[in-house]
Design a binder for this molecule. Sequence first.
Ligand SMILES: [Zn+2]
Length: 285
Amino acid sequence: MSEFHRRDMLILAGLAAFAPLAAKAATARPQARLRFDGDDVQGGLVQGHIESGERAEVWVDGNPVRADDGRFCFGFGRDAAKPVLVRVRYDGRFEEAQQVTPKKRSFRFQRINGLPEKYVSPPKDVLDRIARDTAIVREARSHDSDEMWFSEKFDWPTKGPITSIYGSQRILNGEPREPHYGVDIAGPHGEPIIAPSPGIVTLAEELYLSGNTMLLDHGHGVSTSYLHMSRMDVRVGDELDRGQQMGLVGATGRVTGPHLCWRLNWFQTRLDAALLAPPRMGAKA
Ligand SMILES: [Zn+2]
Protein backbone atom coordinates (compact mmCIF):
# COMPACT_ATOMS: atom_id res chain seq x y z
CA MET A 1 0.00 0.00 0.00
CA SER A 2 1.38 3.36 -0.91
CA GLU A 3 0.94 6.33 1.35
CA PHE A 4 -1.13 9.29 0.46
CA HIS A 5 0.43 12.59 1.33
CA ARG A 6 -1.65 15.00 3.28
CA ARG A 7 -0.33 17.83 1.12
CA ASP A 8 -2.24 16.35 -1.81
CA MET A 9 -5.47 16.56 0.04
CA LEU A 10 -7.56 19.67 -0.04
CA ILE A 11 -10.87 20.28 1.56
CA LEU A 12 -12.29 22.35 -1.24
CA ALA A 13 -15.98 22.72 -0.83
CA GLY A 14 -16.63 22.31 2.86
CA LEU A 15 -19.94 23.34 4.30
CA ALA A 16 -20.62 26.58 2.52
CA ALA A 17 -23.51 25.47 0.35
CA PHE A 18 -26.24 25.63 2.97
CA ALA A 19 -25.42 28.55 5.22
CA PRO A 20 -28.27 28.19 7.73
CA LEU A 21 -27.23 24.64 8.54
CA ALA A 22 -23.53 25.15 8.32
CA ALA A 23 -22.80 26.28 11.85
CA LYS A 24 -24.66 23.39 13.41
CA ALA A 25 -23.22 20.87 10.98
CA ALA A 26 -19.65 22.03 11.51
CA THR A 27 -19.75 20.94 15.12
CA ALA A 28 -21.81 17.80 14.56
CA ARG A 29 -19.84 16.28 11.69
CA PRO A 30 -16.16 15.48 11.29
CA GLN A 31 -14.79 17.25 8.23
CA ALA A 32 -12.73 14.60 6.45
CA ARG A 33 -14.72 11.43 6.04
CA LEU A 34 -13.11 10.52 2.75
CA ARG A 35 -9.91 8.51 2.70
CA PHE A 36 -8.00 6.46 0.15
CA ASP A 37 -5.85 3.39 0.00
CA GLY A 38 -4.70 1.11 -2.79
CA ASP A 39 -2.09 2.31 -5.27
CA ASP A 40 -1.77 6.01 -6.04
CA VAL A 41 0.75 5.34 -8.80
CA GLN A 42 0.66 5.16 -12.59
CA GLY A 43 -1.24 1.95 -13.40
CA GLY A 44 -2.70 1.75 -9.90
CA LEU A 45 -6.24 1.11 -8.68
CA VAL A 46 -7.15 3.61 -5.96
CA GLN A 47 -9.77 2.58 -3.42
CA GLY A 48 -11.96 5.25 -1.87
CA HIS A 49 -13.62 4.90 1.53
CA ILE A 50 -16.41 7.08 2.80
CA GLU A 51 -16.57 6.74 6.55
CA SER A 52 -20.27 7.10 6.80
CA GLY A 53 -23.24 4.92 6.23
CA GLU A 54 -25.22 7.70 4.68
CA ARG A 55 -25.94 8.09 1.02
CA ALA A 56 -23.07 9.59 -0.93
CA GLU A 57 -22.54 10.54 -4.55
CA VAL A 58 -19.01 10.53 -5.93
CA TRP A 59 -17.40 12.20 -8.94
CA VAL A 60 -13.87 11.63 -10.23
CA ASP A 61 -12.75 14.57 -12.36
CA GLY A 62 -16.39 15.45 -12.87
CA ASN A 63 -17.52 11.96 -13.93
CA PRO A 64 -19.93 10.13 -11.63
CA VAL A 65 -18.65 6.83 -10.22
CA ARG A 66 -20.63 4.19 -8.40
CA ALA A 67 -20.37 4.16 -4.59
CA ASP A 68 -21.80 1.25 -2.60
CA ASP A 69 -21.46 0.72 1.16
CA GLY A 70 -19.09 3.66 1.33
CA ARG A 71 -16.70 2.16 -1.23
CA PHE A 72 -15.67 3.33 -4.68
CA CYS A 73 -12.60 3.15 -6.87
CA PHE A 74 -10.83 4.64 -9.84
CA GLY A 75 -7.66 3.92 -11.78
CA PHE A 76 -4.60 5.82 -12.97
CA GLY A 77 -3.46 4.97 -16.50
CA ARG A 78 0.15 4.23 -17.41
CA ASP A 79 0.85 7.81 -18.44
CA ALA A 80 -1.33 9.57 -15.86
CA ALA A 81 0.49 12.66 -14.61
CA LYS A 82 -2.12 15.12 -13.36
CA PRO A 83 -3.96 15.03 -10.04
CA VAL A 84 -7.58 13.96 -10.16
CA LEU A 85 -10.26 15.69 -8.16
CA VAL A 86 -12.54 13.41 -6.13
CA ARG A 87 -15.73 15.07 -4.98
CA VAL A 88 -18.25 13.53 -2.60
CA ARG A 89 -21.69 14.85 -1.79
CA TYR A 90 -23.19 13.48 1.41
CA ASP A 91 -26.95 13.19 1.71
CA GLY A 92 -27.26 15.54 -1.26
CA ARG A 93 -26.02 18.41 0.93
CA PHE A 94 -22.47 18.48 2.25
CA GLU A 95 -19.54 18.25 -0.09
CA GLU A 96 -15.98 17.20 0.43
CA ALA A 97 -13.28 17.16 -2.21
CA GLN A 98 -9.74 15.87 -2.29
CA GLN A 99 -7.03 15.72 -4.91
CA VAL A 100 -5.13 12.51 -5.54
CA THR A 101 -1.88 12.72 -7.49
CA PRO A 102 -0.42 9.68 -9.28
CA LYS A 103 3.18 8.88 -8.45
CA LYS A 104 5.43 8.42 -11.46
CA ARG A 105 6.99 5.09 -12.37
CA SER A 106 9.71 4.29 -14.87
CA PHE A 107 8.92 1.73 -17.52
CA ARG A 108 11.23 -0.53 -19.50
CA PHE A 109 11.81 -1.13 -23.15
CA GLN A 110 11.23 -4.64 -24.42
CA ARG A 111 12.40 -5.89 -27.79
CA ILE A 112 10.75 -8.97 -29.28
CA ASN A 113 12.05 -10.33 -32.55
CA GLY A 114 11.06 -13.27 -34.69
CA LEU A 115 7.30 -12.72 -34.49
CA PRO A 116 5.39 -13.82 -37.59
CA GLU A 117 4.98 -10.69 -39.73
CA LYS A 118 1.20 -11.23 -40.01
CA TYR A 119 0.88 -10.37 -36.31
CA VAL A 120 3.24 -7.37 -36.30
CA SER A 121 1.72 -5.71 -39.37
CA PRO A 122 -1.57 -7.49 -39.94
CA PRO A 123 -2.67 -7.67 -43.56
CA LYS A 124 -5.66 -5.53 -44.53
CA ASP A 125 -8.08 -8.44 -44.53
CA VAL A 126 -7.60 -9.06 -40.81
CA LEU A 127 -7.83 -5.41 -39.72
CA ASP A 128 -11.63 -5.68 -39.80
CA ARG A 129 -11.52 -8.65 -37.52
CA ILE A 130 -9.19 -6.85 -35.11
CA ALA A 131 -11.56 -3.85 -35.08
CA ARG A 132 -14.48 -6.16 -34.31
CA ASP A 133 -12.46 -7.82 -31.50
CA THR A 134 -11.59 -4.43 -30.03
CA ALA A 135 -15.26 -3.44 -29.93
CA ILE A 136 -16.20 -6.68 -28.16
CA VAL A 137 -13.51 -6.18 -25.52
CA ARG A 138 -14.48 -2.52 -24.98
CA GLU A 139 -18.06 -3.57 -24.38
CA ALA A 140 -17.01 -6.21 -21.84
CA ARG A 141 -14.86 -3.64 -20.02
CA SER A 142 -17.72 -1.16 -19.80
CA HIS A 143 -19.79 -3.12 -17.26
CA ASP A 144 -20.53 -1.14 -14.11
CA SER A 145 -21.96 -3.72 -11.71
CA ASP A 146 -22.53 -3.22 -7.99
CA GLU A 147 -20.32 -6.17 -7.00
CA MET A 148 -17.66 -5.32 -4.39
CA TRP A 149 -15.03 -7.93 -5.28
CA PHE A 150 -12.62 -5.25 -6.52
CA SER A 151 -11.99 -4.31 -2.90
CA GLU A 152 -10.81 -7.78 -1.87
CA LYS A 153 -7.30 -9.10 -2.10
CA PHE A 154 -6.34 -10.78 -5.37
CA ASP A 155 -4.30 -13.94 -5.82
CA TRP A 156 -2.03 -14.70 -8.77
CA PRO A 157 -4.07 -16.54 -11.42
CA THR A 158 -1.38 -19.07 -12.33
CA LYS A 159 2.12 -20.31 -11.51
CA GLY A 160 5.30 -19.70 -13.45
CA PRO A 161 8.02 -17.10 -13.93
CA ILE A 162 7.15 -13.49 -14.81
CA THR A 163 8.52 -12.78 -18.28
CA SER A 164 7.05 -9.35 -19.04
CA ILE A 165 5.59 -6.62 -16.88
CA TYR A 166 3.11 -3.77 -17.19
CA GLY A 167 4.03 -0.64 -19.05
CA SER A 168 7.01 -1.85 -21.08
CA GLN A 169 7.39 -0.08 -24.40
CA ARG A 170 7.43 -2.85 -26.96
CA ILE A 171 9.54 -3.01 -30.08
CA LEU A 172 8.20 -5.85 -32.22
CA ASN A 173 10.54 -7.01 -34.98
CA GLY A 174 12.25 -3.62 -34.68
CA GLU A 175 9.07 -1.51 -34.88
CA PRO A 176 7.77 0.49 -31.87
CA ARG A 177 4.31 -0.60 -30.76
CA GLU A 178 1.94 0.30 -27.97
CA PRO A 179 3.08 -0.47 -24.41
CA HIS A 180 2.45 -3.86 -22.89
CA TYR A 181 -0.44 -3.61 -20.45
CA GLY A 182 -0.32 -7.10 -18.97
CA VAL A 183 1.92 -9.10 -16.72
CA ASP A 184 3.07 -12.24 -18.53
CA ILE A 185 3.35 -15.44 -16.53
CA ALA A 186 5.13 -18.18 -18.42
CA GLY A 187 3.39 -21.17 -16.96
CA PRO A 188 3.79 -24.35 -18.95
CA HIS A 189 1.19 -25.22 -21.58
CA GLY A 190 -1.84 -26.64 -19.75
CA GLU A 191 -1.14 -25.06 -16.35
CA PRO A 192 -4.47 -24.26 -14.63
CA ILE A 193 -5.64 -20.63 -14.50
CA ILE A 194 -7.77 -19.73 -11.49
CA ALA A 195 -9.99 -16.76 -10.70
CA PRO A 196 -7.79 -14.50 -8.51
CA SER A 197 -10.88 -12.98 -6.86
CA PRO A 198 -14.59 -13.66 -7.30
CA GLY A 199 -15.92 -12.39 -10.62
CA ILE A 200 -18.52 -12.77 -13.33
CA VAL A 201 -17.37 -13.93 -16.77
CA THR A 202 -18.17 -11.18 -19.28
CA LEU A 203 -16.10 -12.42 -22.23
CA ALA A 204 -14.94 -15.87 -23.35
CA GLU A 205 -13.99 -15.73 -27.00
CA GLU A 206 -11.21 -16.46 -29.46
CA LEU A 207 -9.73 -13.16 -30.67
CA TYR A 208 -7.19 -12.64 -33.42
CA LEU A 209 -4.33 -11.10 -31.45
CA SER A 210 -4.98 -12.37 -27.92
CA GLY A 211 -6.25 -15.84 -28.82
CA ASN A 212 -8.67 -17.43 -26.37
CA THR A 213 -9.51 -14.47 -24.16
CA MET A 214 -11.57 -14.20 -20.99
CA LEU A 215 -12.67 -11.24 -18.94
CA LEU A 216 -13.93 -11.21 -15.34
CA ASP A 217 -16.03 -8.41 -13.88
CA HIS A 218 -15.14 -7.65 -10.25
CA GLY A 219 -17.56 -4.75 -9.84
CA HIS A 220 -17.48 -0.96 -10.16
CA GLY A 221 -15.84 -1.12 -13.60
CA VAL A 222 -12.90 -3.23 -12.42
CA SER A 223 -12.18 -6.21 -14.66
CA THR A 224 -9.32 -8.62 -15.24
CA SER A 225 -8.38 -10.18 -18.58
CA TYR A 226 -6.77 -13.53 -19.41
CA LEU A 227 -5.14 -13.93 -22.82
CA HIS A 228 -3.72 -16.73 -24.98
CA MET A 229 -5.51 -19.55 -23.10
CA SER A 230 -5.34 -23.05 -24.56
CA ARG A 231 -8.72 -23.92 -23.09
CA MET A 232 -11.62 -21.97 -21.56
CA ASP A 233 -13.58 -23.91 -18.93
CA VAL A 234 -16.31 -21.39 -18.00
CA ARG A 235 -18.87 -19.39 -19.93
CA VAL A 236 -20.16 -15.84 -20.14
CA GLY A 237 -22.48 -15.19 -17.21
CA ASP A 238 -20.83 -17.72 -14.87
CA GLU A 239 -20.08 -16.39 -11.40
CA LEU A 240 -16.69 -17.68 -10.25
CA ASP A 241 -15.43 -18.19 -6.72
CA ARG A 242 -11.92 -17.19 -5.76
CA GLY A 243 -9.64 -20.05 -6.82
CA GLN A 244 -12.09 -21.60 -9.27
CA GLN A 245 -10.44 -22.91 -12.44
CA MET A 246 -11.22 -20.83 -15.54
CA GLY A 247 -9.09 -22.63 -18.09
CA LEU A 248 -5.51 -23.50 -19.02
CA VAL A 249 -2.36 -21.63 -20.05
CA GLY A 250 -1.78 -21.75 -23.80
CA ALA A 251 -0.18 -20.10 -26.80
CA THR A 252 -3.15 -18.91 -28.86
CA GLY A 253 -2.97 -15.58 -30.71
CA ARG A 254 0.16 -13.38 -31.02
CA VAL A 255 2.70 -15.22 -28.89
CA THR A 256 6.19 -16.67 -29.03
CA GLY A 257 5.43 -19.38 -26.47
CA PRO A 258 2.87 -20.51 -23.89
CA HIS A 259 2.07 -17.94 -21.21
CA LEU A 260 -0.80 -16.15 -19.54
CA CYS A 261 -1.02 -12.42 -20.19
CA TRP A 262 -2.95 -11.12 -17.16
CA ARG A 263 -4.45 -7.64 -17.25
CA LEU A 264 -6.40 -5.31 -14.99
CA ASN A 265 -8.78 -2.61 -16.22
CA TRP A 266 -10.86 0.18 -14.73
CA PHE A 267 -13.36 0.56 -17.56
CA GLN A 268 -11.18 1.43 -20.58
CA THR A 269 -8.15 2.44 -18.49
CA ARG A 270 -5.46 -0.23 -18.43
CA LEU A 271 -3.98 -0.81 -14.98
CA ASP A 272 -1.23 -3.01 -13.57
CA ALA A 273 -2.59 -6.34 -12.29
CA ALA A 274 0.68 -7.07 -10.47
CA LEU A 275 -0.07 -4.23 -8.03
CA LEU A 276 -3.17 -6.06 -6.76
CA ALA A 277 -1.56 -9.44 -6.17
CA PRO A 278 0.97 -10.34 -3.46
CA PRO A 279 4.62 -9.40 -4.16
CA ARG A 280 6.27 -11.83 -6.56
CA MET A 281 9.75 -12.03 -8.04
CA GLY A 282 10.12 -9.91 -11.18
CA ALA A 283 6.52 -8.69 -11.27
CA LYS A 284 7.13 -4.99 -10.77
CA ALA A 285 9.45 -2.44 -12.34
ZN1 LIG B 1 1.24 -9.95 -22.13
